[in-house]
Ligand binder design. Structure first.
Ligand SMILES: [Zn+2]
Length: 139
């Protein structure tokens, strides 16, 4: 299929799909094309302005791709972590410390922690990883 911008002798522009360049030529030669506005059969191919917008569209798609790839990865990681870990919510810091100190069974947990608490866990050598989708509390 080929897409053409067309123009009649009265300067009406429209566009249409054709099976091939030959198919267009044949329709044009036999005056089978007519303007949807005035019905004129004097139809010419117009300058292909859509080329500009289609390349712009392509560029926009390729520019937005990395972001959606990252979002996809984050969403996959989130599913994995949430299915394999226990959500301890706001008790995260307490639980992490209890596990580290042997007061609680060692397992994978996730939850919310205040930045101050997360920092002190790291200072004590307790491995915590900030998750991009967990909203951290600032105080
Ligand atoms: Zn026309």
């Amino acid at each position: 299929m080929i897409h053409y911008n067309l123009k009649c002798n009265n300067d009406h522009t429209f566009n249409s799909w054709f099976d091939s360049v030959d198919a267009f030529d044949k329709l044009e030669k036999t005056k089978m094309l007519s303007c949807p506005v005035c019905g004129s059969d004097e139809i010419k191919r117009a300058i292909m302005s859509p080329q500009v917008s289609s390349s712009k569209t392509k560029q926009a798609v390729s520019l937005s791709k990395p972001a959606s790839e990252i979002e996809k990865k984050i969403s996959e990681a989130r599913k994995k972590i949430e299915s394999e870990s226990e959500n301890v919510g706001k008790n995260f810091a307490t639980e992490a410390r209890a596990m580290h100190e042997g007061d609680s069974p060692v397992r994978s947990i996730y939850g919310e922690a205040k930045i101050k608490d997360a920092k002190s866990l790291i200072d004590d050598g307790i491995p915590v990883i900030p998750l991009p989708w967990i909203k951290r509390q600032t105080n």
